[in-house]
Design a protein around this ligand. Sequence first.
Ligand SMILES: Nc1ncnc2c1ncn2[C@@H]1O[C@H](COP(=O)(O)OP(=O)(O)OP(=O)(O)O)[C@@H](O)[C@H]1O
Ligand SMILES: [Mg+2]
Length: 489
Amino acid sequence: MGWLFKSKQKAAPIGKWDLASPLLQWTDGAPWTIGDACQGTQIFGSTGSGKTTGSLSAICRAFLQAGFGGLFLTAKREDAATYTGYVRDAGRMNDLLVFSPDNQLRYNFVDAELRGDGGAVGLVENLTALLMTVTELGDGKNGGGRDSERYFRLEGTRLARNGLLALVLGRERVTVPDLHRLITSAPASPEHVQSLEWQRGSFCFQCLQAADKASKNESQRADFDLALTYFLNEWPSLSSRTRSVVQSTLTSATDLLSRGAARDMLSSPTPNISPAMCYDGAIVIADFPVLVYRDVGQLIQVILKFCWQRAHSRRDVAANPRPTFIVADESHLLVVDADQTFQTTARSTRTAVVYATQSISTYLDAFGSQAEPKVHTLLGNLQTQIYHQQTDIRTIQYTQEVIGRSRQFVMSGNSSRDGDGLASLFGGGESGASSGFSEIYEFELQAGDLNSLAKGGPPHWMTEAIVYQGGRRFPNGRTWLPVQLTQKR
Ligand SMILES: Nc1ncnc2c1ncn2[C@@H]1O[C@H](COP(=O)(O)OP(=O)(O)OP(=O)(O)O)[C@@H](O)[C@H]1O
Ligand SMILES: [Mg+2]
């Protein structure tokens, strides 16, 4: 039978970037490989349970030692210093790029998408997706899953797409402030469209005119006809309430992107950083910690993450085989819908994504309504899961379900007493008892097991966790492995 055939060829030596190359050993005989890392990692643990100083630290150091390039996203003020320490310890300070207002690095996400391979249509679609991702940040907790909200998001997508198309066809450069101007000068009524005064004063109208005159291929002509119908007929016919909700969905993002740090860092006329630099080993720290910079920090880092993911999914791994990482501690502050999509392809793009957050509950909160399926899709594509000490019931139940049940023997006993009172307890009175073992199917891990894992700190500086990898059986014969991780190096 074919499947019994065993090759007599000697196994080839494992190359540096081979997926089978080990990054670290959980315990003796339990390696974690590049291939494992590229299938995504989720770390869970209550606050102070040892995520940052235990498992995340071990993983980041392993990536750096192995020579990965990558992107560190930040949440707390001290994160950049922590990651810089890891880079220094790995002897890779020459590869370090800190993306912050105090440094010279600047990005331009529009230019980056323009250089992508999709041409004008690709640019429109990619920028539309990026803008809609950014608008998620604002409405995560506002019931983003209700039907009415979905309708507004769909309309927002149409507005962004048609506006961007008019800009791409009609102007030499596409900028976010121009998109903002176009959206805010779109006709507010059918009368506007006919009015010469509106036509003269409207940037939207000027862009449509310029796009109309510009030379276009057949497909662009067809797309532009749709954009023209949209702006001159459909948009002005919407009710004013609908128009204002749809418009503000987009303008809150375009406004934030058009000013201050977000504009300077992400729409620079002289960009000098790109995701492709990570294929050559660059290590980028996005030093805009969300807990310091709030919505601007979130916006800048979500856009970087999105653009890095986009570029990585286009990467030719034969030409650029060096694996890269994207690390986000306190990941609930930075997750968006696009992360689930990227995660389904991360392995083939050799991108090792690592997220750490307290619990399922923090994720559910971050995704807003309709969160449950989104969280489970994301987690389903993060194949290594590390569970530190946990008190959140939902996460405990989730962990129990993931790890599953096994046949276990429990001692059972029952007794009946005829006598009453103290005498029977002390052995007096008539009694009958039976006991023995019975077999039950029970969760392998009990809540108490997860609750009592060591959090670390002095004097031992050792934190405990349980490692699970989808489809893997560890040397202990189980699908999960208890590990101890040092916090001091
Ligand atoms: N510098 C330190 N001094 C004393 N104890 C520390 C120090 N750093 C970490 N610890 C201890 O180690 C444990 C784990 O800390 P760590 O920061 O890794 O937790 P965490 O899971 O990342 O928490 P959080 O969700 O709050 O970020 C904590 O209980 C903390 O008390
Ligand atoms: Mg932490």
